[in-house]
Design a protein around this ligand. Structure first.
Ligand code: 5GP
Length: 117
């Protein structure tokens, strides 16, 4: 799998505003936030898209969601609410091909899923 910019962030080859890291994943602020809080949760295992996560390895995705929920609670916005999103391939709008989960929060969020005009 080719090295993506997220691999470079994990390896500290390019800077990022890292808010959490453990042996399984890293979380850092999105460079182009789509909400007042926009954090990306990225596993350290390499999978280009959600389609590439083996059926017997659901923990990879579960850990991202659990880490996002922990972060929301720790930051005090869990009760107000938030959204988690994983984009997959072209129609999903994926642009970086190392799987990642978006955490969006900090204000009421609009509806989503509308096809592009
Ligand atoms: P995707 O479109 O693949 O679901 O999400 C990729 C996300 O990565 C986008 O929201 C984009 O703003 C973010 N991104 C792209 N380049 C960088 C970067 O160099 N640093 C950070 N922190 N985020 C980035």
């Amino acid at each position: 799998m080719p090295m993506t910019l997220f691999h470079k962030i994990i390896q500290r080859e390019i800077p990022a505003d890292i808010v959490y890291e453990d042996e399984h994943l890293i979380a850092f602020r999105d460079i182009a936030p789509q909400a007042p809080v926009h954090v990306l949760f990225v596993p350290k295992q390499d999978y280009a898209t959600l389609n590439d996560v083996p059926a017997d390895a659901p923990d990879v995705v579960g850990r991202l969601a659990a880490a996002a929920a922990r972060y929301a609670k720790a930051q005090g916005f869990a009760d107000d609410g938030y959204r988690i999103v994983m984009n997959c391939n072209g129609h999903g709008g994926q642009t970086v091909f190392q799987i990642h989960l978006h955490l969006l929060a900090g204000a009421p969020l609009g509806r989503f899923g509308t096809p592009q005009a």
